[in-house]
Design a protein around this ligand. Structure first.
Ligand code: BJW
Ligand code: ZN
Length: 247
C-alpha cells in the first residue's frame, strides 16, 4: 500500500486532502462519533445546532469552553507535520479541514480551507458580526453584541447552517482538479464535506482513505489504509524521502 501511494504522489501534480477529527485524535482532541464522541450524555448532533443554543445556551457554551480548554493545551502531532511535508511535493496542494482546532496552522500549513469555522472566534447570533470577545465565556453571563445586542456564539458551522459559500465553492474546485485525493480521519457522514472525496473521484482523482475504521467512503476509495494518521503519514513521508535519495 505504501508503495502505491508513493508512486501516486510521484506521478501526480495536484493533490487535495480532507481531514476530520481523527487527525487531531492523537494530539488528544476528542472525536465526535464513536466511543469518545459523547460529552456528558450529549451527542454532537444535540449540541451543534442553533435550536440547542436557543433552548440551552449555557450547556452549549459549557461544551465549547471545555473544548477550547483542551485545544489550547494540545500540540500538532506527526500526522499534521507530515501533511506540511507532503504539501511541498505537489504543484498544487489543498488542505481542506472540517476541524476548528487550528492544529494544521500550528503545524505550519499556511493555506488551510476551514469548512466549519474556528473555535477561537465568536460571532453574534443575530447580525453575524465577528466579535472580539474573550475566549472563556461565562455560560451564566453570555456577552452580547455591541452592535445589535444579540447573544454571542462560537463562529463555527452547526447542523442545518449553510457553509460559507466562497469557502465551500473553493473546496469543490480544489477537489475537482485534484489528481490525488486523501480523506483522512473523518467518518465521512457529514455533508457537504463528505461529498468532496466523491466529487474528486467523479472528476477522475485517485482516492485514498486513511482511517483505522471503515466509513461509507471505504467502498468507493481506490485504496483504504486502516491505520492512524499520526503513524501512517510520517511513514509515507519517510518512504518518499528514501525514494528521493536511494543511497
Ligand atoms: C482516526 C484516528 C486516527 C480516530 N487517525 N483517523 C446530505 C445527506 C444527508 C444529510 C445532509 C446532506 N447534506 C446536508 C445534510 C445535513 C447535515 C448532515 O450532513 N447531516 C448528517 C449527519 C446526516 N449537514 C449540515 O447540516 C451542514 N449544512 C448544510 O448542509 O447546509 C445546507 C442546508 C441548510 C439547511 C437545511 C438543509 C441544508 C452543516 C454541517 C455542520 C457540521 N458541524 C460540526 C460541528 C462544527 C463545529 C464544532 O466542531 O463544534 O462539524 S458536527 C461535527 O461533525 C463537526 C465535524 O467537523 C463533523 C464531521 O466529523 P468528523 O470530523 O468526521 O469526526 P467524527 O468523530 O465523525 O469521525 C472521526 C473519524 O476519525 C472516525 O472515522 C475515526 O475512526 C477516525 N479516527 N482516530 C485517523 N488516529
Ligand atoms: Zn449583532
Amino acid at each position: 500500500m505504501l508503495d502505491e501511494i508513493v508512486a501516486a504522489v510521484r506521478n501526480c501534480r495536484t493533490c487535495a486532502v480532507l481531514t476530520g477529527a481523527g487527525i487531531s485524535a492523537e494530539s488528544g482532541v476528542p472525536t465526535f462519533r464513536g466511543d469518545e464522541g459523547l460529552w456528558k450524555k450529549f451527542r454532537a448532533e444535540e449540541l451543534a445546532t442553533m435550536s440547542a443554543f436557543i433552548s440551552n445556551p449555557e450547556i452549549v457554551w459549557e461544551w465549547y469552553n471545555w473544548r477550547r480548554q483542551i485545544i489550547s493545551e494540545v500540540k500538532p502531532n506527526p500526522g499534521h507535520y507530515a501533511l506540511c511535508d507532503l504539501e511541498k511535493r505537489f504543484e498544487s496542494f489543498s488542505l481542506i479541514t472540517q476541524n476548528i482546532d487550528g492544529l494544521h496552522q500550528a503545524a505550519g500549513s499556511e493555506d488551510v480551507i476551514e469548512l466549519h469555522g474556528n473555535i477561537y472566534r465568536n460571532k453574534c447570533v443575530d447580525c453575524d458580526r465577528q466579535c472580539d470577545t474573550e475566549t472563556e465565556i461565562d455560560p451564566d453571563n453570555i456577552p452580547s453584541c455591541s452592535e445589535c445586542g444579540g447573544g454571542i456564539r462560537p463562529d463555527v458551522v452547526w447542523f442545518g447552517e449553510m457553509l460559507d459559500g466562497r469557502i465551500i465553492s473553493r473546496a469543490f474546485e480544489e477537489a475537482n482538479r485534484a489528481q490525488l485525493f486523501f480523506s483522512i480521519g473523518t467518518s465521512a457522514v457529514v455533508h457537504p464535506a463528505a461529498s468532496l472525496p466523491i466529487a474528486a473521484k467523479q472528476s477522475g482523482a485517485t482516492l485514498f482513505e486513511i482511517n483505522p475504521e471503515a466509513t461509507p467512503l471505504t467502498e468507493i476509495a481506490d485504496h483504504y489504509v486502516a491505520a492512524r494518521s499520526g503513524e501512517f503519514l510520517p511513514q509515507l513521508v519517510a518512504r518518499l524521502n528514501e525514494v528521493a535519495s536511494p543511497d
